[in-house]
Design a protein. Structure first.
Length: 420
């Protein structure tokens, strides 16, 4: 969410954000509503002041004068009440538009309507060259009896998974490894529920635009979150964090749920796109300074890259286009890992800086070094998400006999074994 003062003072930038992010927002209607609301507030204040002045005359008025003053005060009160109703309607309309207002993107972001305008800024690691016909991750799993992918569909439906044996153990240890690594970098380890109320999704920015992608729990007036970011963004909502407590950094672990609405026919085989998964999410609330945000963005990105390097997975870093980055993002870098069976890179991490767009929605504030209360900046990035990360991990490290060689960093986790 942007402030109204910012919108008025930076109209050209806001119009550019609306255009470059492909958002349908009527800026003229918003500004007209704001002007009308301000006029209503002035009228209401005038009527209240008049009613107070009338009330002050009561004690010295004669009975006849009191009757007239009472009629006048009642009329002023009724008119103020009528205008307050109009103001409430206009305020609701303003909020509805403001929730759809995009954040202004970074000047360096590629301008374009979708992912085809994303650009590769760095490629790391060597793509494996197999001297045998490699298997995809599903075939590897079936060959080694590491899952019951077909059976679980009968129980839970499509896009669900059920790991077992060594692969189930590896998944759990990978999550713990990621949590340990991010915590060692100074982040507070935290576990959060996947269940959250609607306001948390509004605060984070997923609502109102992506309700159809979210599992609803109507009997409980709640939803299932697709990331720990939902809970973490609202954890300090309404507080004023003292300067000595800043920045707040979390390594958030949670089960995650996504309906994958609109993805029919995409990635139906295997573990790339499932409804339920596990994730360790990096989350930062820092001071409202562009340079500080940029430093945190680089740190979040670097930690995610270091995890991929530990897993010895080739990857590329993407500068995400304005139309693909999402409503509130200032800057977004995806990390895409190499998937041999697809002969291309696929997104496994997403690093985002939101400046104060998210903080204004969630009312995340802090007291700066001079004692001024300000809205914070927020950032987030995946540390590790499973089972998606298992796809490049298994496929890149497979051997000719259908086994999977463990990256060196993972061998101690799995009892010192060279192979999974």
């Amino acid at each position: 969410m942007l402030s109204m003062d910012f919108i008025k003072s930076n109209r050209a930038d806001v119009e550019r954000a609306i255009r470059d992010k492909g958002v349908s927002v009527d800026l003229d209607a918003l500004l007209a509503l704001d002007s009308e609301s301000r006029a209503l507030k002035t009228q209401i204040d005038t009527l209240r002041a008049s009613r107070n002045a009338i009330s002050a005359k009561f004690k010295d008025a004669s009975p006849a004068e009191k009757a007239a003053l009472g009629t006048e005060a009642k009329a002023a009160g009724a008119k103020a009440g009528e205008l307050e109703g109009e103001l409430e309607t206009k305020s609701a309309a303003i909020r509805e538009i403001m929730l759809k207002m995009p954040g202004v993107p970074w000047d360096g972001a590629p301008v374009g309507p979708d992912e085809t305008f994303n650009t590769v800024i760095r490629t790391e690691g060597d793509v494996p060259q197999f001297d045998f016909e490699p298997l995809d991750h599903v075939a590897l799993i079936e060959k080694n009896d590491w899952a019951d992918l077909s059976r679980i569909v009968q129980v839970s439906g499509s896009r669900t998974y059920c790991l077992k044996g060594r692969l189930a153990i590896l998944e759990m240890k990978l999550m713990a490894y990621a949590m340990d690594k991010i915590a060692a970098a100074g982040f507070t380890a935290i576990t959060v529920p996947a269940i959250a109320r609607e306001q948390a999704f509004l605060n984070q920015g997923q609502f109102p635009g992506h309700v159809e992608e979210t599992y609803a729990l109507p009997n409980d007036d709640a939803y299932l979150a697709g990331t720990a970011e939902v809970a973490l963004t609202s954890l300090h909502s309404g507080e004023i964090v003292e300067w000595s407590k800043m920045p707040i950094t979390y390594a958030g672990y949670s089960p995650c749920f996504r309906r994958e609405a609109g993805s029919a026919g995409k990635d139906v085989r295997g573990l790339l796109r499932v409804h339920q998964f596990l994730k360790v999410e990096q989350w930062v609330m820092c001071e409202a300074d562009e340079a500080v945000s940029a430093e945190w963005h680089a740190k979040l990105l670097g930690l995610a890259e270091s995890l991929l390097q530990d897993l010895e997975i080739p990857y590329q870093v993407i500068e995400t286009s304005t139309g693909d980055m999402g409503l509130g993002k200032y800057r977004m870098n995806d990390i895409e890992s190499w998937v041999p069976s697809l002969n291309k890179y696929r997104e496994t991490h997403s690093c985002s800086t939101l400046h104060d767009w998210q903080a204004r929605r969630a009312n995340l504030r802090y007291r700066d070094a001079e004692g001024k209360v300000r809205f914070a900046h927020t950032l987030n990035n995946t540390a590790l998400a499973s089972p998606r990360i298992l796809v490049p991990l298994l496929e890149n490290h497979q051997t000719a006999d259908g086994r999977v060689r463990l990256p060196k960093a993972m061998r101690e986790l799995m009892g010192g074994d060279e192979y999974l």
